[in-house]
Design a protein around this ligand. Sequence first.
Ligand code: ADP
Ligand code: TRP
Length: 333
Amino acid sequence: MQKDIVVSGIRSTGFLHLGNYFGAIHNYIKMQNDYNCYFFVADYHSLTTHPDPKDLKQNVFRVAAENIASGLDPDKVSLYAQSDVPEITELYLMLNMLAYKGELEKVPTFKDKVRQNPDNVNAGLLTYPVLMAADILIHRAVKVPVGKDQEQHLEMARNFGNRFNQRYNVDLFPEPHVYRFDEQTVKIMSLDGNGKMSKSENQNATIYLNDEAETIRKKMMKAKTDSGPTEPNSAMPDYIKNLFDLMDLVSEKDTAALFREQFNSCSIRYGDFKKQLAEDMIRFVDPIRIEALELQKDEERLRKILKSGAERARESAVQTLTAARKAIGINYY
Ligand code: ADP
Ligand code: TRP
């Protein structure tokens, strides 16, 4: 039986964090044995904010290294840099002809960026969902493991694919859908309770996969708490629930159960709770951090992995693009 095709990407805009791990990479690892997976570093997507050219390569290699260190096996999946597969940009151009200014301007992530950076509202930012659709449709993927924040983009990818099929009367693009294993782990909030953990914002309240033990301890100690519950079995405030959610992900089951009991009986000491969470987090992050650093020293190995990933990705991309060109009528010779 043919395996379902899976695509996902992570932008090379900074260090990966627990949100990327539990929202995305964790799912990649679970899927790598059972599906035909294409995972890539979205370096073109990172250009919307005009990164310094001398940082680009290092950013791309680091994201690749952090994925592998987290458990992604480049022999099982195609791991590549988006810019190594030019067919994606050609499909992006074709899809741009079917994407309308009005619908792109309505996308919440676009509106957020406009609010944050009113001086840099470039066309690449506006057409971000079109490039993302091309990333996915180029392999005719049906499953896309991404965090909750990407659902709207996926809906647009479905719309663009369907529009192409209808306009050219073909059955080229299947509908891609968000894929995840359990509802619990899709959004990791930042430690100060303000928004989600992110590569570029809230850095002191985000745990990065390359944070050293001392940094993690410091960040955890600053995590927002209060003076504790006064009534047994009180509802948890969001920022406390968030810490418990993190504990469920990185600590032993018994540990989380013990602190929950203490919360319910109003005997919890948040200092101890956070100390324990910090130590468990260090135990989780440290092996990834160390292996990612080792891998980044071995540039030759990373280069080979990315090149071979791109070769495999291009084999699939060329087939789709040839069919798309033919559908449009670009087959002159
Ligand atoms: P960031 O938003 O940190 O720059 P990306 O936009 O590159 O990260 O996202 C890469 C993947 O990680 C996407 O699938 C996204 O949904 C997921 N992701 C990012 N932040 C979080 C978070 N805090 N919780 C859960 N998933 C997240
Ligand atoms: N837009 C995604 C994000 O910000 C990253 C991304 C780009 C992506 N292209 C993709 C994710 C294709 C899945 C599939 O997180």
